[in-house]
Ligand binder design. Sequence first.
Ligand code: UFG
Length: 333
Amino acid sequence: MAADPRAVLVTGGAGYIGSHAAKALHRAGRRVVVLDSLVAGHRAAVRFGPLVEAEVADVEAVRRALRDHDIGAVMHFAAFLDVGESVRAPVRYYRNNVTGALSVLEAMAAESVRCFVFSSTCATYGEPIETPIGEHHPQAPINSYGESKLAVERALPHFERAYGIRSIALRYFNAAGADPDGELGEDHSPEIHLVPRAIEAAAGGRPLEIFGDDYPTPDGTCLRDYVHVSDLADAHVAALDALVAVGRSGAYNLGSGRPHSVREVIAQVETVTDRSVPRSIAPRRPGDPAILYAAAQKARAELHWAPRCSDLETIVATAWRWHRAHPHGYHGG
Ligand code: UFG
């Protein structure tokens, strides 16, 4: 009997983007099973289907999950994501992000599961030679995080040829914000991303360091493309639908297409929270390109995806709401 294509295994589904994708799938009428080691994920973020507590590198455990739950498609989020750490400790990134993904693909091949949506990143492009960045921009990562994601992207056509696994790689720009219903949010330890860090500073926590104000940008700080995590989640559902309906593998950028500077984000946080963000200027962070933003027309045209809540105000407002309700993340209530 063919597996149910509406049944989706979400690896890393207890994490930030994975949990939002699980919610979007559930809303779209799919059956969700989360596979997560809970090393970085949160049990409390698993609300839309059962949790299989396992490492993605455990091929037997992934095979069992695919079989036991009659899974027809996999969304693979489980990965390490700290760019700075990836420069210091590449072995962790190759082991977890590359070997982990290959284990999932190996399990899928063995169990004849043939739809794969992969969580990739704009870090696969490296230092951009032109902006906005389209999917055909050369992929030349400048850190092992980006390399680890690109290695998996490069493996995908081989798995399609050999085992018939069709796949879509989604290259996110800067994921930010929180579930507009307030059920899910960002809870990394330690927190490194700009929006939650600025909110933490506004709420009286560690002051924010601005990593460099001497970039060749209008206000001297880096420009990034912030995209709401719920919009990313919707794009995963659209990608899976396209994969099932059209059956064509591919890669898509996911961004709002609008660049915002670090100072603009801080100003938005001050407006939304009605508090000041204590900050200082710190040296540039190694590996930070000055400008990254997406040309995301391909996802609009082919996946019929359009961001609905990726304006900076909604991103910050939803993240602030999450922070106020959960100042210590999932564990703090
Ligand atoms: N920044 C600060 N201070 C902070 C944190 C961030 O000034 O405390 C700045 C960064 O220098 C950068 C911007 O805010 O200019 C955004 O930084 P984030 O850490 O929030 O996000 P990144 O742009 O580093 O990371 C994102 C994704 C990665 C992806 C990377 C590609 O989270 O998955 O873009 O460069 F790999």
